[in-house]
Design a protein around this ligand. Structure first.
Ligand code: HEC
Length: 171
């Protein structure tokens, strides 16, 4: 085999380097674009405070619906409260507090399995008096997490009017 002329070898080698350099540049640009996109998307995700207003909206309507004896509507809002609480945890499962990290999800899961589960049973029995007690227990459990999150000023009290004014709460 004839040896390749050195000029040709030099050309092949330099082309190889040039291609690698172009590929590396492309990758850098792609990474930069991806980082910028992630930043933009992060900015679009609502914060936990917003998610909590959704939890509160549904929990408030739940209270009024049950007071009105509208059991199907109350059952609907109980489900929504649970779903929104889970969403709030997905948005921010851990919070920084003065003593370090606070794991929120186990607290929310306990509220779901205890106070929300108890209320579900009460709704099934359509028991208004038991509901008032169960609802107060739920708000206390919600508030316990606010205290743990170093936000003791977020005190909850049973609603006197629903968060939604367009809906008819009377059955
Ligand atoms: C696992 C912890 C946890 C549980 C359980 C929880 N919360 Fe919260 N809640 C928070 C935290 C943390 C904030 C503050 C969010 C922030 O400021 O970023 C908050 C904020 C709020 C706010 C104020 C929102 C605003 O910005 O105006 C309301 C109202 C609220 N929660 C209602 C409830 C209700 C009702 C429940 C129960 C059905 C509940 N929360 C259960 C952690 C919790």
């Amino acid at each position: 085999m004839r040896p390749l002329p050195s000029l040709l070898i030099a050309l092949i080698v330099s082309c190889g380097f040039a291609t690698t350099a172009v590929m590396a540049d492309d990758k850098d640009d792609e990474l930069k674009e991806l980082r910028a996109e992630i930043q933009t998307l992060r900015g679009m995700i609502p914060g936990q405070a917003f998610a909590m207003t959704q939890v509160a909206y549904n929990a408030s309507n739940l209270g009024i619906a049950a007071q009105a004896g509208n059991w199907p509507l109350a059952t609907f809002y109980l489900g929504e409260t649970r779903v929104r609480l889970r969403a709030a945890m997905r948005l921010q499962p851990v919070r920084k507090i003065s003593t370090g990290d606070l794991e929120l999800t186990p607290i929310a899961t306990a509220v779901e399995n205890t106070q929300l589960a108890a209320l579900e049973g009460i709704l099934a029995k359509q028991d208004k008096a038991a509901f008032a007690q169960g609802y107060s227990d739920l708000l206390n459990a919600c508030q316990a997490c606010h205290i743990a999150s170093e936000k003791p000023f977020l005190q909850l009290t049973p609603p006197t009017s629903p968060a939604e004014t367009l809906l008819k709460f009377q059955p």
